[in-house]
Design a protein around this ligand. Structure first.
Ligand SMILES: [Zn+2]
Length: 285
């Protein structure tokens, strides 16, 4: 499932080809994509809109138009956005859900195997309230300090992994980067979030940012469906420290990585450097 680094990679690749271009013709073939709004009407509304910016907030891709409206795209499980040269659109792709013809003749193609992705055309005054109701702090923004993270996790009895997956607390982290961030911070995924002490919160803040930045530098992680807009795979999957690596040695201490369930998700961690007990009691502080 695409997380912040994958969506940011898509944003960076799309931006130069989209900004200043007009949506000349829009075909949405899957009614689920725009629910509860009618897909034919949304497509008609999008025609003629000129792109002012391509932004990202959490896992949302935001195509902002000069009219002030925005198309909020959420890729969910298997959505991906491709930008293809004029005349290269392949016919007969069963997973294609929408195609936007730009005024330079190129096509923006939206594919989605599982069909959980969404497109929402938002009016200018709807955009920020919609995002604010769903998303907490942006982890790579300068405003996201260790103090902000501490405030987001304070008084939470939930395991820290569940807390950092909660998009309303911190935006953009999913299962992969949660495990990678906790390993970097040497924090067990099942530690209660509200019990982390200051040193651990600082380490987690650094760990989250480092894990996300590593993902962006490698154009995201391709486990199955994720592709960059030019159709390439990401490379982050070759560099996971713990995710998906049960039985392999921890890159830091050599103990075998274990897999458990935490926050209802498959979770990988190192029992050597991510102990469950309070680290002030076992010498890890
Ligand atoms: Zn270790």
């Amino acid at each position: 499932m695409p997380e912040l680094p994958e969506v940011e990679t898509v944003r960076r690749r799309l931006e130069p080809g989209l900004v200043g271009r007009t949506f000349e013709r829009v075909e949405i073939s899957d009614p689920r994509l725009t629910r509860p709004f009618d897909h034919v009407e949304v497509a008609a509304e999008l025609e003629g809109e000129r792109v002012a910016a391509v932004d990202r907030r959490g896992k949302y891709l935001i195509v902002r138009f000069e009219t002030g409206r925005a198309l909020l795209i959420h890729l969910r499980m298997t959505g991906n956005v491709l930008h293809v040269e004029p005349g290269t659109l392949l016919s007969g792709d069963p997973h294609r859900r929408a195609v936007v013809r730009l005024d330079d003749g190129s096509d923006v193609v939206y594919r989605d195997v599982r069909r959980f992705g969404t497109w929402l055309l938002a009016e200018p005054d709807e955009i920020e309230p919609y995002l604010a109701a769903r998303l907490g702090g942006e982890p790579l923004a300068a405003a996201f300090t260790a103090k902000r993270l501490a405030e987001a996790l304070a008084d939470r009895r939930a395991p820290v992994k569940a807390a950092i997956l909660d998009q309303r607390r911190i935006a953009g982290i999913g299962n992969i980067y949660a495990d990678e961030a906790l390993w970097r911070a040497r924090i067990h995924p099942q530690r209660p979030a509200g019990e982390l002490h200051l040193g651990e919160l600082r380490a987690l803040h650094r760990g989250i940012r480092a894990a996300l930045k590593a993902g962006i530098e490698r154009q995201g992680a391709t486990l199955r469906d994720y592709r960059t807009p030019d159709g390439r795979s990401g490379r982050m999957q070759h560099e996971f420290k713990v995710y998906g690596r049960q039985g392999e040695p921890c890159p830091r201490c050599g103990r075998p990585i274990e897999k458990i369930r935490a926050a209802g998700r498959g979770t990988w961690f190192c029992p050597g450097c991510q102990p469950l007990g309070d680290p002030t009691h076992n010498g890890y502080a």
